[in-house]
Design a protein around this ligand. Structure first.
Ligand SMILES: *Cc1c(COP(=O)(O)O)cnc(C)c1O
Length: 861
């Protein structure tokens, strides 16, 4: 039955309780202990039953309960305090205002696009790490006042919920999201009708057709997040389904979704009156935003293709999140052209021109269109998400800059973080607030407050942690009982489930996506050895495990089944539990309650990883392969490294070596340290490590640090460039485009006519350390001027393969410029002995040149 009319019924609240509505609709509650506490107090059962959704709560709460609250002075006072706290938060003077005071360009605003956002339990529109990172990015941007606006998709069915069948095989269920009972606002026109935007899609019979989307807004503290939803009239069913599932469907669905995100998202911002001064693509899914940006620049602002391209490129930022080529969206050329061709036709961009933007080798007509390559070519700043991942990305995309040494490939890194107020448990936050002061959650690495970690009494830190471990154990038992009941287990079995795990045993947590490279079963590689450890009743050890496999990942599902089967074996059933349906709620309990956080990816496949950071902030010690963020942490003092960063070709051998390392660390180091107790039962040595973990990791692997980095390294620079390029009716952008066109034309004609290297020694191949060497070069610059180029001396040690290793470049000075010949000179010497190589190179130079992508324009001697 389709209804003849629909109503959006809003909660009805007594006047005095109206502040609850404002509190419910600003996601600030998701990281304010005080406001969450208020909703919990209003109705504890309903708070849990609604999956911590205050909007649904206010819509379903009984009138009696509201009446009681009205008569409860204590509650009203807490509500007023919470309301005041929100207002203070929204009106505070921020880091960004101070940092940027007086320099912000007009209308400064950064648009942040992501296919998923993980903000809180009751908004299931994320699948894992990428989404959670995006959610934390918004929250920290709000905390420090970055003028950010988020753009994404609102999925009707989101990502699946996991349950297991009695054999441990993963089953998926997709609950339907009820948008009207979520903390979402629908954007409307002044006349009250829904605001719709449209995106052009190909159509078999019409050529092209419009697909419409409405726009939902989530208020995340000070930041607004806009989410598109195509499930509306007059879209046909296929088009309504574009925003049905996150990462569902085939390649066509994927492209259609990415068009909605990139093109629809950009059109939504226009419709809402935004003119962002920089654009950030969180992963390549949003790459099509470049197309959407070119259109108004060319059609309304009258720029040519190259000019518009320059402007777009100079103001876009791209963050890559995968270290493996298979993790990148690549589309057959004819397929992308089928979808995007009509846009290019309208802008007179040829098929070849467009496809070249997504290819490593623009001339190769067979090459697939890569969304990451497209995003890189359309960005001024490109980064990976940990130092190691930055280096891996430079290798992965090195073919885009064939003449640059890998180390100079312009892809850098900003290491991920997590939002401390979201991820640190409420009890632990209270403890830190008391001993470190409330600014700990965004404190910088050098803040004095971190010295105060040592003032937290051991006893208090330990009791707090033990309480949280006990909570985790209770929760695991409840979940297990529920599962067994569902499967129709016997009362005896259900009773036994109520006794699994030990609230005081050393608890190892492992929770992540079950992809084979993460090796979820590595800890049980040698069954006898792990059983021996688990059966030792003097030094009890136990594992709590959770995680989902991608619905199509059969090998991933097999890993889950293997763990579940193993956990049923008689002698370990009390000490291994697999918790169903990993989500933010489960992860919160595990991160606070575990003692060790295990991570076993095959290096270097974990770009960053963030759950270990959340653990570290609680003082839960990481035991992990040196990959992602952990490779740059203080891994000896705040946990243990598994291996020292080795990489292997023989995976079986690797599993043997690395599982053995886990057993050795547990047996010889972790277990003895954990069970070495003072007279009052406190593991003093263990607590030292916990405190080091809190002190050293919290300020560093925090999104407060991360978004400050993005602001300083990328956003502000891009925004300033926008300010410059758009002045005088885009005069600078036009000038830059013409300069580049000229450069491209003249470049091939540049010739290095002669290079003279002289030393005061007789034999010119033998020089001494520090002995001066003079270099002089004659260069023909064709139609270019000396101001258009940088001439550099490039030198370093020569490796076995004959290449210069870790070379450094030094500018050469222009000596004279006459008769079409420019003479450059430099003096150099070598600081160390050995075989050194030297070369000379010419690069383009222009004050407005900002794009990281100047691939072919380099001359080597
Ligand atoms: C933090 C978190 C993640 C990401 O953690 P990884 O270490 O990258 O696996 C995924 N899912 C949930 C529920 C999380 O809380």
């Amino acid at each position: 039955m389709r209804p003849i009319r629909t109503f959006n019924v809003k909660p009805s609240l007594p006047e005095r309780l109206e502040p609850l509505r404002e509190l419910a609709y600003n996601l600030y509650w998701s990281w304010s202990v005080e406001i969450r506490d208020l909703f919990r107090r209003l109705d504890p059962d309903l708070w849990d039953d609604t999956r911590h959704n205050p909007v649904l709560m206010l819509g379903t709460i009984s009138q009696e309960r509201l009446q009681e609250a009205l008569e409860d002075d204590g509650f009203l006072a807490q509500m007023d305090r919470a309301h005041q706290q929100l207002n203070d938060y929204l009106n505070k003077r921020t880091w960004y205002q101070k940092h940027r005071s007086g320099q912000a360009i007009e209308g400064e605003c950064y648009a942040y696009y992501s296919a998923e956002f993980g903000l809180t339990d009751c908004l299931p529109i994320y699948s894992g790490g990428l989404g959670i990172l995006a959610g934390d990015h918004l929250k920290s941007s709000s905390d420090i006042g970055i003028p950010l606006v988020g753009v994404g998709l609102l999925y009707q069915k989101g990502y699946f919920k996991q349950y297991l069948n009695p054999d441990g095989w993963q089953q998926e269920r997709y609950p339907i999201n009820d948008f009207y009972n979520m903390p979402l606002h629908l954007e409307r026109n002044p006349d009250g009708s829904e605001l719709h935007i449209s995106v052009d899609y190909p159509d078999e019979s019409l050529g092209t057709k419009k697909v419409y989307a409405r726009i939902w807004r989530i208020q995340v503290g000070m930041v607004k997040l806009y989410l598109l939803d195509t499930n509306i009239e007059p879209n046909n069913h296929t088009d309504q389904d574009i925003t049905d599932y996150l990462y569902g469907g085939d390649i066509d669905v994927r492209i259609r979704q990415e068009m909605m995100l990139g093109i629809g998202g950009t059109r939504a911002l226009v419709a809402l009156g935004y003119k962002p001064t920089a654009y950030h693509m969180n992963e390549g899914h949003a790459g099509f935003l470049s197309i959407a940006r070119l259109e108004p620049l060319m059609q309304q602002e009258g720029l040519g293709y190259q000019e518009a391209l320059q402007l777009a490129q100079s103001t876009q930022i791209f963050t890559t999140h995968t270290p493996v080529p298979a993790g990148i969206d690549r589309f057959p050329p004819d397929k992308v052209w089928y979808y995007i061709g009509s846009y290019c036709d309208r802008l007179s961009i040829s098929k070849q021109q467009f496809l070249a933007l997504g290819r490593e080798h623009p001339e190769d007509e067979q090459e697939y269109f890569s969304m990451a390559v497209f995003a890189i070519k359309m960005a001024t700043y490109v980064n990976g998400v940990s130092k190691l991942h930055g280096a891996v990305s430079r290798d992965m995309f090195t073919r885009l800059w064939p003449q640059l040494p890998n180390a100079e490939v312009p892809i850098t890194s900003i290491t991920n973080g997590v939002h401390a107020r979201t991820w640190v448990s409420e009890d632990t936050q209270n403890l830190y607030d008391r001993y470190l002061g409330p600014s700990w959650s965004s404190g910088g690495v050098n803040d004095k407050l971190w010295e105060r970690v040592s003032t937290i009494p051991d006893e208090e830190l330990w009791r707090n942690h033990e309480r949280q471990r006990a909570q985790l154990v209770l929760f695991a038992r409840e979940r297990l009982k529920r599962q067994l009941t569902k499967w129709g287990a016997s009362p005896a079995e259900i009773k036994e489930a109520g006794e699994v795990l030990d609230p005081s045993a050393l608890t190892v947590g492992f929770a992540r996506r079950f992809a084979t490279y993460k090796r979820g079963t590595l800890f049980m590689y040698d069954r006898n050895r792990i059983k021996k450890l688990l059966k030792n009743s003097d030094r009890k050890l136990q594992f709590v495990i959770a995680g989902k496999a991608h619905p199509k990942d059969t090998p991933g599902k097999e890993l889950i089944r293997d763990i579940v089967r193993f956990s049923r074996e008689e002698d370990v059933r009390h000490s291994i539990v697999f918790i169903e349906d990993y989500d933010t709620y489960v992860s919160g309990l595990m991160l606070a309650g575990c003692d060790i956080w295990l991570n076993t990816p095959r290096r270097p496949r974990e770009a960053s990883g963030t759950s270990g950071m959340k653990a570290a902030m609680h003082g839960c010690l990481n035991l992990s392969i040196l990959d992602g963020w952990w490779a740059e942490a203080d891994y000896f003092n705040t946990g243990w490294p598994i291996g020292l960063g080795e990489e292997y070709d023989d995976h079986e051998y690797q599993n043997r070596i690395e599982s053995n390392a886990i057993y050795e660390i547990l047996e010889k180091d972790a277990l003895p340290l954990f069970y070495h107790r003072s007279e009052d039962g406190i593991p003093v040595g263990w607590l030292d490590k916990m405190k080091d973990s809190i002190r050293l990791n919290t300020p560093m692997f925090n999104t407060a640090r991360m978004v400050r980095d993005y602001a300083q390294e990328a956003y502000i620079k891009a925004s300033d460039r926008m300010g410059e390029l758009r002045t005088q009716n885009y005069g600078k952008a036009k000038h830059l485009a013409h300069w580049k066109a000229n450069l491209a034309q003249e470049w091939h004609a540049i010739t290095i006519k002669s290079v003279e290297v002289s030393t005061d020694a007789n034999d010119s191949t033998d020089v001494k350390v520090s002995q001066p060497i003079a270099v002089k070069a004659e260069i023909y610059l064709a139609g270019l001027k000396p101001a258009d180029v940088e001439v550099e001396l490039y030198q370093g040690i020569v490796a076995e393969n004959g290449e210069v290793l870790d070379g450094k470049s030094y500018p050469m000075m222009l000596q004279s410029n006459s008769n079409g010949v420019s003479v450059y000179a430099a003096e150099t010497s070598y600081g160390g002995s050995g075989l050194h190589g030297m070369s000379l190179r010419i690069l383009p130079k222009h004050p407005s040149l900002s794009s990281s992508y100047e691939p072919r324009l380099i001359h080597w001697a």
